[in-house]
Design a protein around this ligand. Structure first.
Ligand code: UT7
Length: 325
């Protein structure tokens, strides 16, 4: 007897069909932060690049934000909830480890009985989830996948610690991934991913009662010296030149970090996503949120190429080139 190995016909390639983003309503300025820790608007703007960020309200959860972003992506795709076979939520800040956020989000969006799992690769989470969604579609394990990056980082940050409270913020971004039409090229390039567990202690949340701790300078050095080759390799594997990219959308860690990576890659400043200025560092939400906001304001044309790069705790990283929906 021969076992069938696929649930759906395998696809020649996968693509992003649509995007959705969500930011909480509460705008927090650098002056608001300076009122409680020893810092200043000038220091934060010049050293991190953030002017304002959004904090979720006390009753607003990772699941709430994920559902709003996911609902927007679903509506924009033109698909119905019943078309979605798999929901992946990338998060490192979910308030509960059980139930998983993805199953709850799926239920809220009326997606009945999909495969559902949460994925934690910290700030690289969305790029990891996008890669696994693309593989599922290509392998015929799923036909349409809802991929979400959602974080309530403020729940894990000591608001009196000036190393972390100036950086981290809340939000969610989402994408629907599906197969490319017959004969069309893939819209999600090969992922380049990895980790550096030997440096894992550089960013930690030790337990449920602890806040996030990071060795800022060590992370800064690692990101500005190790991430541009990863991004360059993602372009190489996708068969595109850096000059073909309409946008470079890295994890919005620190404006100085991402400007340095862009410079080393040879990406012109105007093609660098700098959503951090008004969104802060939203960990796994930052890449899809930045991408969704660029598309929303018409800064990126459908069919153009964007390079995504996630990096952070673990120290996990992942990069891929995508076609903008
Ligand atoms: O997304 C997850 C991955 N995380 C990251 O990517 C974070 C990476 N790291 C960073 O973004 C930066 O290292 C920080 C923003 C955390 C810190 O910036 P920095 O440029 O590395 O500052 P530093 O730690 O080298 O400190 C420089 C100076 C020090 O003063 P002295 O010794 O030169 O007098 C600090 O005490 O700035 C002082 N300082 C501050 N001053 C005002 C440190 N933090 C602050 C602050 N406000 N918030």
């Amino acid at each position: 007897m021969t076992l069938s190995s696929t649930s759906f016909p395998p696809a020649a390639g996968a693509r992003i069909l649509s995007l959705g983003g969500y930011q909480p309503g509460n705008v927090v300025t650098n002056d608001d932060i300076s009122a409680r820790v020893d810092t200043s608007d000038e220091w934060i703007r010049s050293r991190v690049g953030i002017v304002s960020r959004r904090f979720a309200g006390p009753e607003e959860s990772v699941t709430d934000m994920a559902a709003v972003a996911g609902g927007k992506a679903l509506a924009a795709s033109g698909l119905s909830p019943g078309d979605i076979d798999l929901v992946i939520v990338a998060t490192c800040s979910a308030e509960a480890s059980i139930p998983n956020a993805s199953a709850v989000v799926a239920h809220r969006l009326g997606i009945t009985a999909p495969g559902a799992y949460d994925l934690n690769a910290a700030c690289a989470g969305f790029c990891y989830a996008l890669a696994t969604a693309s593989d599922a579609v290509r392998a015929g394990t799923a036909r349409y996948v809802l991929v979400i990056g959602a974080e309530k980082m403020t729940a894990w940050v000591d608001q009196t610690d000036r190393n972390t409270s100036i950086i981290f913020a809340d939000g969610a971004g989402a994408a629907i991934v599906g197969p490319v039409a017959e004969g069309k090229p893939s819209g999600i390039g090969p992922v380049v991913w990895g980790s550096a567990g030997d440096m894992a202690e550089k960013i930690t949340i030790a337990d449920r009662d602890s806040f996030l701790q990071q060795e800022g300078q060590a992370v800064f050095r690692w990101a500005t010296t190790s991430m541009h080759p990863v991004a360059a390799q993602a372009c190489e594997r996708a068969g595109v030149a850096v000059s073909d990219l309409a946008a470079f959308v890295p994890h919005q860690a620190n404006l100085r970090i991402i400007e340095s990576i862009a410079r080393k890659l040879g990406v012109p400043r105007e093609r660098l996503a700098d959503d951090i200025v008004t969104a802060g560092n939203t960990s796994s939400a930052s890449v899809p949120l930045a991408l969704a906001r660029m598309v929303e304001r018409g800064a990126l044309k459908p069919g153009s190429l964007a390079l995504l790069l996630g990096f952070g705790a673990g120290m996990c990283y992942a990069a891929q080139v995508i076609t903008v929906p």
